[in-house]
Write a protein that binds this ligand. Structure first.
Ligand code: PHE
Length: 441
């Protein structure tokens, strides 16, 4: 029923075979970075999303994300050295095309975990997707023998549309491992592992996370010391970026790949804003990556949020601006310069509503909002500022379900004319009708 992909010309049968087309069946492929991938009924990557690949905003001179990246790398380089060299290595050009094994299985994410849903990720096919987090590379880097590293890059998630959400954003993810000697120094009485855990046969131990304080394989002192280091290092980073006056709080969290886990929130413009997730790496991951007698912490933080707060950038789409008036503001050689974004100018918004009757086999609850948002973005492109659900309605007699969304249009660099918006809006109505089998009201 849903034909999300045949709404733009470049997505002709050459790229995707439409599931419902009567054309002869041929193997349909998606071409990404000069490689062909066979598509299947998981394929939900869109032409718009493909167009964001290889932009590498985190490496682009003058981009605020690149500035924040440099600050974070500098903090880690200068805070941790080993024999005069930085202890952390940095990986910032790993391909965003990863396997489901890398993104989920290697990180102990259960087969039925909601984060795997097609409605949340951009799949190229059942086994390959655009990474939904930088943690997807943790296993391969651990396996290659690294113990302290940063992974920086673009990640892709299907999400709502507003001034703080964009389907592509950037993360810094990290692992820091410590051997018993590194953690406790010469104090040989302190151990990382409980006596029941046999370092020679780690697979024999059934590690449990039922104790909220620690994993069952770890001693309390090792887990607590790592927790203290983790929190001190990350708080140090936040102070380094925002200054010592910033208020913070730690919130207990859950991630399948760490235990215990926390989120760090900072007070920004009177509201608590989550800036990162972190925790003690599940020992099973370290064991699967190779011989392990160490304990590690890991964290992942979003660059957009930090950049928006640091430089007072009001809209996440601005990160993608190629306007020289924007980029010039962040083109500095001193990464610690205090920069406050000055709007190039502010153009007016246009809001048009769209309401439609759903087909009889779809309810207002079963309709996948993210499918709708992607379609709107596919047709409207970057002039879509916000899409919000305005109303749900069930007709008392016909029992038909109906939805109404508001679409806010705004161009970042010029005034949009209402007629121009109406034309795009019409195209969206047509595409929604074609793809979801709805009837515009
Ligand atoms: N990958 C997590 C996310 O994207 C963040 C995280 C990384 C949490 C590493 C814990 C450890 O939300």
């Amino acid at each position: 029923m849903r034909k999300l992909f045949n709404t733009q010309p470049i997505f002709s049968a050459v790229l995707f075979r439409c599931k419902y087309s009567t054309a002869p069946k041929s193997v349909a492929t998606v071409r990404l970075n000069n490689k062909d991938f066979i598509s299947d009924d998981y394929t939900n990557i869109t032409p718009k999303i493909i167009s964001y690949l290889n932009r590498n905003l985190h490496l682009q001179k003058g981009n605020p994300l690149s500035l924040v990246r440099q600050c974070i790398v500098k903090y880690f380089y200068s805070s941790f050295t080993h024999r005069g060299h930085p202890a952390f290595s940095v990986y910032d050009n790993l391909s965003p095309i990863v396997t489901a094994k890398q993104n989920f299985d290697d990180l102990l994410i259960p087969a039925d975990h909601p984060s795997r849903a097609k409605s949340d990720c951009y799949y190229i096919n059942k086994d390959v997707l655009l990474r939904a987090h930088m943690t997807a590379h943790q296993m391969e880097l651990l396996r290659s023998g690294l113990d302290n590293f940063l992974m920086i890059g673009d990640v892709y998630r299907r999400d709502e549309i507003d001034s703080t959400h964009f389907p592509v954003f950037h993360q810094v993810d990290a692992v820091r491992s410590q051997s018993s000697k590194e953690l406790f120094g010469e104090d040989q009485d302190l151990k990382i592992f409980e006596p029941t855990y046999d370092i020679e046969n780690p697979h024999n131990f059934k590690n449990s996370i039922s104790d909220p304080m620690k994993q069952s394989c770890h001693t309390l002192e090792a887990s607590k010391l790592m927790e203290t280091q983790l929190k001190t290092h990350l708080l140090g980073l936040v102070y380094y970026l925002f200054g010592d006056d910033i208020e913070h709080r730690w919130v207990d969290a859950y991630f399948p790949f760490t235990h215990p886990s926390w989120e760090l929130e900072i007070l920004y413009e009177g509201k608590w804003m989550e800036v990162l997730g972190c925790g003690i790496v599940r020992n099973e991951i370290l064991v699967n990556a190779g011989p392990s007698n160490s304990i590690a912490y890991a964290f992942g933080l979003g660059l957009e949020r930090l950049a928006m707060a640091l430089y007072k950038i009001p809209d996440i789409r601005l990160m993608w601006s190629t306007d020289s008036g924007f980029l010039a503001q962040f083109n500095t050689d001193n990464i610690q310069d205090k920069i406050t974004y000055k709007p190039v100018s502010v153009y007016p918004q246009c809001t048009n509503d769209i309401s439609f009757w759903l087909p009889s086999n779809v309810t207002t609850d079963s309709f996948v909002n993210n499918d709708f948002y992607d379609l709107v973005r596919d047709i409207g492109g970057d002039i879509i500022e916000q899409v919000s659900l305005k109303d749900k309605f069930i007709h008392p007699k016909s029992k038909k379900h109906s939805l109404c969304y508001s679409i806010v249009y705004r161009h970042l660099e010029r005034t949009l004319k209402q007629e121009e918006v109406n034309q795009v809006h019409k195209k969206i109505e047509q595409a929604v009708t074609d793809s979801f089998n709805v009837v515009i009201r």
